[in-house]
Write a protein that binds this ligand. Structure first.
Ligand code: EPU
Length: 360
């Protein structure tokens, strides 16, 4: 394990932003992690020498959900823990354990090749397995929390207590693109592995409108999970820009949710002015009140931003939720664009967009 200084991160974030990390390290094994814990004193000294100003630690997986605004004045830890294993199996289900440094889509392939059902709708989501629980990744009507059993993570928040902890699903406080790891436990745990419970018996989840339409139009009869995975991958490739060609971080904003009775009243008011505004009613976790989802992409499109370019940055022409770097952009330029969009959506609709991407 080698600690690098002033390490350039442009290849480690899908926005391709060129910033440096003061310290950088790759974790290939749990032993590396233990070795890093022993160096805690060194990093603590560096922090106190900076008057506590230096950022402490940042964990990076695929770098597909971050926007670097400036150099990172601390330690970047890259998760390179590898390995996918079948833990156990009964007549109906298979439990798969996957290390955090694996590429998410490689895990999807591992499962669909074995005929397992559960994460096929999450095909081609960029990033690593360790980052998946952070934001409870979701797409085409499925979410990680539907199949997740547990998350294994090291507590790195205190000097003495570098213990491994297992978080069962309920302890992860999953929500829409949200979890305990983005909130109370932000930067406190290093996710080493996750386990999923997948189904051997067919469980197609193909009611998401775009997916149903694609399958019908192409007369695809879903026989196994790979059929769904291939369909999702095809749809994604036509709508979302490939970050290796046009750097981006997927959806930059979250969809907008209106909650409860107040939300229903607000939705009615909006529909009076914008009768064509799309919205989707969902039950929330506790099933006590209604949640109304308004696609942020529609709001952005209505403000005239879809396909628009400003200097080195812009809004993708096929999916208005995606901000792109046309080359050489700084994080600041993306941030200015994002803030302009937020302001215009607020002024036009009185709705607040919030970023899905973590800004560092
Ligand atoms: N829409 C527009 N303009 C657009 C795109 C979409 O008006 O440019 C409207 C349409 O009304 C459409 C609706 O938005 O029916 C929903 O669009 P879509 O199904 O493409 O999904 P989304 O809500 O825009 C979410 C995720 C994506 C995920 C897709 C598919 C978020 C923030 N984004 O987008 O996730 O792939 O659903 O399930 O929830 C990502 O997180 O990086 C990501 C790409």
């Amino acid at each position: 394990m080698k600690i690098e200084n002033n390490y350039n991160l442009s290849k480690l974030n899908t926005f391709g932003i060129s910033v440096n990390a003061k310290f950088f390290v790759e974790i290939q094994s749990e032993e590396d992690l233990q070795e890093l814990f022993k160096m805690e004193e060194f990093f603590a000294k560096d922090r106190s020498a900076s008057g506590g100003k230096n950022n402490q630690k940042l964990f990076l997986g695929g770098g597909s959900n971050v926007l670097f605004i400036r150099d990172f004045n601390g330690l970047v830890i890259l998760n390179k823990l590898k390995g996918i294993t079948i833990l156990n199996e009964d007549s109906e289900t298979v439990t798969v354990r996957c290390m955090g440094g694996e590429i998410w889509h490689d895990l999807v392939n591992f499962t669909v090749e074995r005929g397992l059902w559960g994460i096929e709708n999450l095909s081609l989501i960029p990033g690593t397995v360790g980052a998946a629980p952070m934001q409870n990744i979701g797409a085409y009507g499925a979410e990680l929390q539907n199949v997740l059993l547990n998350v294994e993570a090291f507590d790195i928040s205190t000097q003495e207590n570098k213990k491994k902890r297992i978080f069962f699903k309920e302890e992860c406080h999953f929500g829409y693109r949200d979890s305990i790891f983005k909130n109370e436990l932000k930067n406190k745990y290093f996710i080493t592995a996750i386990s999923l419970k997948l189904s051997k018996t067919p469980k197609p989840n193909i009611s998401y409108k775009i997916l149903t339409e694609y399958l019908d139009k192409n007369k695809i009869e879903v026989k196994n999970s790979k059929d769904v995975s291939d369909a999702v991958a095809f749809i994604r490739r036509t709508k979302l820009p490939d970050p290796t060609i046009i750097p981006n971080a997927g959806s930059f904003f979250k969809n907008v949710f209106l909650k409860g009775e107040v939300g229903e009243v607000k939705m009615k008011e909006l529909l009076k002015i914008y009768p064509e505004m799309p919205y989707f009613k969902e039950e929330n976790g506790s099933k006590t009140s209604v949640l109304i989802k308004i696609p942020a992409a529609w709001l952005i499109e209505q403000c005239g931003w879809k396909g628009k370019r400003v200097g080195n940055v812009g809004v993708h022409d096929k999916q208005a939720l995606v901000l792109v770097n046309y080359g050489g952009a700084t994080g600041e330029e993306i941030l200015v664009l994002a803030n302009t969009i937020i302001k215009e959506v607020r002024e036009k609709f009185n709705l607040e967009l919030s970023p899905e991407v973590n800004m560092i």
